[in-house]
Design a protein around this ligand. Structure first.
Ligand code: NAD
Length: 319
């Protein structure tokens, strides 16, 4: 008898967004006759960033965007180059391939990108809205806030896999679901845990030191998630959190790390966003649906964010 687990590829999931985005680019040809312009800044010699850049170029051009890679040989000139792109009315979106300095200066650079052009959704205003479960930028609820693209990609994957229950009201569609997120970086893991908890899930956020629980409380009584420390990381505590988990999401940046298959609840959904394979081949003996990589959906979210920024700026100009 064959195993019931099924692998779902990000390319298949991103297809629906590729169609949506391509037709939106066509629909705004009156204001962007040559396609919206995305500028990527590469200031490191990381071959992974180089590959991601060439892949962004191909994907965005296929959908009718223009993409320009700007290589910055001297890292200290990057800030000026970003400011110049912020001011240039030809540029619709800006992204930077990190790490650049590999320290807190990178967080500073994230805030240098104008929020009106921040396709990755890294601006503090967007982060704070997300953590506080505020979904619009204006009090009239006409300008949607932007979400960081990798956490957003995982949300869209969970929607595709029908973990989100669309019979429930929007904002509560993960009510009753338990999720584990292994990674608590400020780029992916912590915002992701917050997004899922804000949508109603109980989320166990695991990092190398400890495990935390993110929830909106009993009966979703809170408007935004609260965080509780569960204790130091141990395999026993992880096992306990996973025993009822409907979803397990991993993002450990290490080739040797493998999530323990024996901790996966039978029929759980497993998603890996790390560039390393965090699940070994036994995952499908437990998982119902398994998504081994998420990058293709992330890039769709990046381009979708860019269209939303253009839409917001048009609404702002002609309310
Ligand atoms: P990071 O180094 O900033 O964070 C790693 C996180 O994993 C930390 O919270 C750390 O505590 C945790 N961790 C490490 N080892 C662990 C262990 N053994 N057990 C539990 N937790 C552990 O990295 P990052 O920027 O979050 O990126 C993580 C991975 O995701 C990388 O492989 C990166 O390439 C990938 N990534 C993918 C996308 C995408 O779109 N698919 C986007 C961004 C990053």
């Amino acid at each position: 008898v064959s195993k019931p687990g099924v692998t779902v590829l990000a390319s298949k999931i991103s297809k629906i967004y590729v169609e949506e985005i391509t037709s939106k680019v066509k629909a705004i040809q009156n204001i962007r006759p040559h396609g919206p312009l995305l500028v990527g800044f590469l200031a490191n010699d990381d071959p992974a960033a180089e590959m991601y850049a060439s892949w962004t170029k191909k994907t965005s051009e296929d959908m009718g965007f223009r993409y320009e890679l700007r290589r910055i040989d001297e890292k200290d000139f990057l800030e000026e180059a970003i400011i110049e792109a912020n001011r240039d009315p030809q540029v619709d979106g800006i992204m930077v391939y990190y790490p650049v300095f590999g320290n807190a200066q990178d967080q500073y650079l994230q805030q240098v990108v104008a929020k009106e052009k921040d396709v990755e959704g890294m601006n503090h205003v967007y982060y704070q809205n997300m953590y506080h479960n505020i979904r619009y930028l204006d009090s009239e609820n006409t300008l949607k806030s932007i979400l960081p693209c990798t956490p957003l990609a995982v949300v869209k994957i969970l929607e595709y896999l029908k973990v989100y229950n669309n019979l429930l009201p929007q904002g509560n569609r993960l009510y009753g679901k338990k999720c584990v997120v292994v990674n608590r970086s400020e780029i992916v893991g912590r915002p992701l845990a917050a997004l899922l908890a804000n949508d109603g899930a109980v989320v166990y956020s695991v990092d190398i030191d400890n495990i935390q629980k993110f929830t909106r409380g009993e009966g979703l009584k809170f408007k935004k998630h609260h965080v509780e420390d569960l204790g130091a990381f141990s395999k026993d505590l992880l096992k306990q959190c996973c025993s009822e988990a409907d979803v397990i999401i991993t993002g450990v940046p290490s080739e040797s790390y493998k999530f323990p298959t024996e901790c996966i609840k039978e029929g759980a959904v497993c998603i890996n966003f790390s560039s390393n394979k965090n699940f070994d081949e036994t995952v499908k003996s437990k998982a119902s649906l398994y998504v081994p990589m998420t990058g293709k959906v992330t890039i769709s979210m990046l381009l979708r964010n860019m269209l939303r920024l253009i839409e917001n700026s048009e609404k702002f100009k002609n309310p």
